[in-house]
Design a protein around this ligand. Sequence first.
Ligand code: 5GP
Ligand code: MN
Length: 375
Amino acid sequence: MSSIIIAALHCFLFFAFSLNNVNFAGSQIEEDFSFQNMQNTKGFELLFSDSKNIVLTIHLNPDADALGAALGFALVLHKKGHTVSIVSPNIFPDFLKWMKGHEQVLVFDKEPEACKKVLEQADVIFSMDYSALKRVGAVGDEIAKSSATKVIIDHHREPEDYADLMKWSTEAGATCELVFDLLKELDWLPLLDKDSGECLYAGIMTDTGGFRHPNTTQHIHEVIAQLLGIGVNGAKVSKLVYDTNTVDRIKLLGFTLSQRLKVIPAYNVAYIYLSADDLKKHNAQKGDTEGLVNYALSIKGIVMAALFKESDNMVKMSFRSVGQFSVNDFARANFEGGGHTNAAGGASKTMSLEQVIKKFENLLPTYKSELNKKL
Ligand code: 5GP
Ligand code: MN
């Protein structure tokens, strides 16, 4: 990094931090500035001032927000003349396979050597929609040992301290919203087109639960209005994401709701569980259990809902809540997980499905007063 850039950065940081929600930790560029209180767009302008080899990484079990943010951003970065690759730890669901460029995503599980190679050659590695390296499995080891500049674009709570530059805010409903905001700050919105816009639309739509959760802010609606303004077809995206079920998936839903839903009224809790055998019998595909937890949460009076699912030799958990009850805190404290106040996840490789459920049920008395608070 040349001294001119460092001097420019010094000048800029003096004026600019805390003006917006871009954080600049600058461990590679400027040692003195500490994580989380640096705020600037200038860091991104400097980062993109010459053409770079960029790798965008997304979290395990990518959702529409992670994949949409990476693909939408990649399409724009490509137009700016950067070389961009996307690395996903594992495969993503079929209902996202309409996003432009999805077939170019490198999947670490399938092609570890190709992924390692692009990560080794990267000048810049982005963490899209996650900010803890354990969220990317083996990809995290490659990121940790890389000397590339590390950048986080994310809206999850309690980010780890590994990035040189961040666009991070828990106020954002979706990482796709943060990508849009960053493009706006960089004056790059004219480069956004229908294809990249539809990727961002999908992430915002799903992370707000179809514009229903409390994270559906005025700002989100303004971003969506601008996306519609450049030709994004919201109804098409909605149909592709929500209403392209297989018959197997609909039957899995019927089975789950009738056979695998347990309601515990004393704690305002409902949960769903699915064994590996249940999933196999219903020919469940990646993504088929997405959204199931919301049926448990939709029951009148329920404050916390959970989904416990046996897959890939672990028990994957999804937690959802309404109101003040923080499933982020709950998942973090008890299941090595995390996420947001009203939507979080976790996983266990050591406990069986039965053990996880038992632990969950045994924890409920501790949280009784919080779970019984009036909404
Ligand atoms: P989901 O239940 O849809 O898998 O995840 C809900 C939210 O929690 C998402 O924002 C997701 O990124 C986050 N999340 C899911 N699983 C984990 C996990 O194991 N650890 C952490 N820290 N966050 C998770
Ligand atoms: Mn997200």
